[in-house]
Design a protein around this ligand. Structure first.
Ligand code: SAM
Length: 288
């Protein structure tokens, strides 16, 4: 090796080392085998939308935390594992001191803090005993994920995130159009119902007239449509995608902001549905 090559090789080695640690200090894929704690996205819809990597981690895990729905969906893969339910939705008030709250809020925050304490103690005990622990979440765990807080709580254990397909990906496929392709915009805003304290309300975001995808949670359909209608014209295309990723159950209802309320009717919508708004829904490369 010539003396002139040495600095270049050193630089390449440094870049590779930094890359393998990633921006948050998490380990690169090749090194994940040694991890003790995983946050795993299992995808939306049918079980075959889980990734090969997630299945590999599931195989290795001895203790698995998940919802009853995920347990049922992956009953075969979870056989022989210690599966723990009952710790779903522990995120509210995380990072807040309950004593700074009042009344009902304070009572709820205290109850959740006690439950989180129990959960974190169990996980730490398991990891200390040399067990591999996996927390399973629907879709991608970092898109409106109820377990995100764990990454902060267990930072010292260097948890590894296994990405999952989001309901967003499955719904795009159900619609069958390029979600970033339209005449007027190339941007997609993922958002949800208006949460207290957040300034980027649906009405404000809608003013950009970008494509919007709403993760609806349990909020009122009429409320979403009313807020969107404040900025988009009534002829703007809309799609309501229910049960994305479930073959035989998935449903796409297409209309416009002006017609969609009537098309949806008064039947209650399921928890699993997304609202899409934007011209990409009617985009065609070939003009008539
Ligand atoms: C707490 S968020 C979880 C999102 C999840 N982490 C993901 O990446 O898909 C739940 C919301 O996601 C949407 N959702 C989840 N699964 C869905 C599905 N299969 N079809 C349509 N929407 C879905 C719904 O809007 C639901 O209210």
């Amino acid at each position: 090796m010539t003396a002139r090559c040495r600095p270049i090789l050193l630089l390449v080695a440094l870049v590779l080392a930094a890359w393998s640690l990633g921006p948050g200090g998490h380990l690169a894929a090749a090194e994940t085998k040694a991890a003790s704690l995983y946050l795993v996205g299992v995808g939306p819809g049918d079980p075959d939308l889980i990734t090969v990597r997630a299945l590999e981690v599931l195989k290795r895990a001895q203790i698995v935390y998940c919802s009853p729905g995920i347990r049922e969906k992956f009953a075969t893969e979870l056989q022989g594992k210690e599966v723990v339910e009952g710790f779903w939705r522990l995120f509210p008030y995380y990072g807040k001191d309950p004593s700074t709250l009042d009344g009902q809020e304070r009572a709820e925050a205290e109850e959740l803090a006690a439950k989180r304490k129990d959960f974190t103690a169990r996980v730490r005990q398991a990891v200390a005993a040399g067990k591999t622990v996996a927390i399973l979440d629907n879709g991608d765990p970092l898109i409106y994920g109820p377990w995100e807080w764990c990454l902060e709580e267990f930072e010292d254990l260097r948890p590894v995130v296994v990405p999952g397909l989001s309901a967003f990906n499955a719904a795009n496929a159900a619609i069958g159009k390029g979600v970033t392709t339209s005449e007027r915009t190339k941007a997609v805003i993922l958002t949800s119902t208006d949460w207290p304290g957040k300034t980027d309300t649906i009405e404000r975001l809608a003013a950009h007239r970008s494509t919007m995808v709403l993760f609806t949670m349990r909020a009122e359909f009429d409320d979403f449509i009313r807020k969107l209608s404040a900025a988009y014209p009534p002829e703007t295309p809309v799609a309501v995608v229910q049960h994305a990723g479930y073959q035989g159950k998935q449903r796409v209802l297409r209309g416009t902001l002006g017609t969609i309320r009537e098309q949806v009717g008064r039947e209650p919508l399921p928890f699993e549905y997304l609202i899409y708004v934007g011209d990409f829904l009617s985009h065609r490369y070939k003009k008539p």
